[in-house]
Design a protein around this ligand. Sequence first.
Ligand code: SAM
Length: 206
Amino acid sequence: MEKQEIRTFGRRHGKKLSSRQNWLIENVLPTLKPTTGDILEIGFGAGEHVRDLARTNPGKIIIGAEPFMNGVASLLSAITDEKSNQVLDEYTGIRIWADDVRDFLRKTDSKFSQIWILHPDPWPKARHEKRRLLSAEFLNTLSKHLANDGEIIIGTDHWEYFDWILEQIRDTDLSATLADFEIIQTRYQHKNKAGTESPKYLILRH
Ligand SMILES: C[S@@+](CC[C@H](N)C(=O)[O-])C[C@H]1O[C@@H](n2cnc3c(N)ncnc32)[C@H](O)[C@@H]1O
């Protein structure tokens, strides 16, 4: 029996979905189930960055993992044609795992060239620290799914979480460098709940 894992995400469902969104979840989502892929984005929120990845990496399979169904529905609406409900040409490389990424990683033997995690839930209260996704244990799992020259790219505006991630990395086989990126625009980045000046980005490599 698998060990019971601590839940790292908040809600799975938010406000009521439109009938088109429900239709897309029932009919299109099952056709986008991932097996293997080239690039993984974990916790894609509304999926803006998954779409950027698909547009800038034609021919690659981009897997997005997100258990929040309203986010999954937003991504499905954005990648399909409003009339035909067909996936638009520029987004045919996208696959969606609408659940905990840890369950997907147990099923796939993919080695990714990039793994993106933008604004992981910071779980700022001390009693919730164990819910933080980017523990050493999880980073070691990601390391196993990283191609030899692959990169894990992490962005957060929660600087205390950022320092905590750096501590976790010490117990992994990964090395970290600070990345000097332009700010990557996502829904959560715009909210800037932490109230810091800007996000910090890290690149982890073998
Ligand atoms: C703070 S939001 C950021 C969303 C998006 N990346 C952005 O920047 O707008 C963190 C997201 O990570 C997702 N998440 C948390 N734990 C996860 C897990 N184990 N597997 C996949 N997604 C997860 C949550 O559901 C949530 O949508």
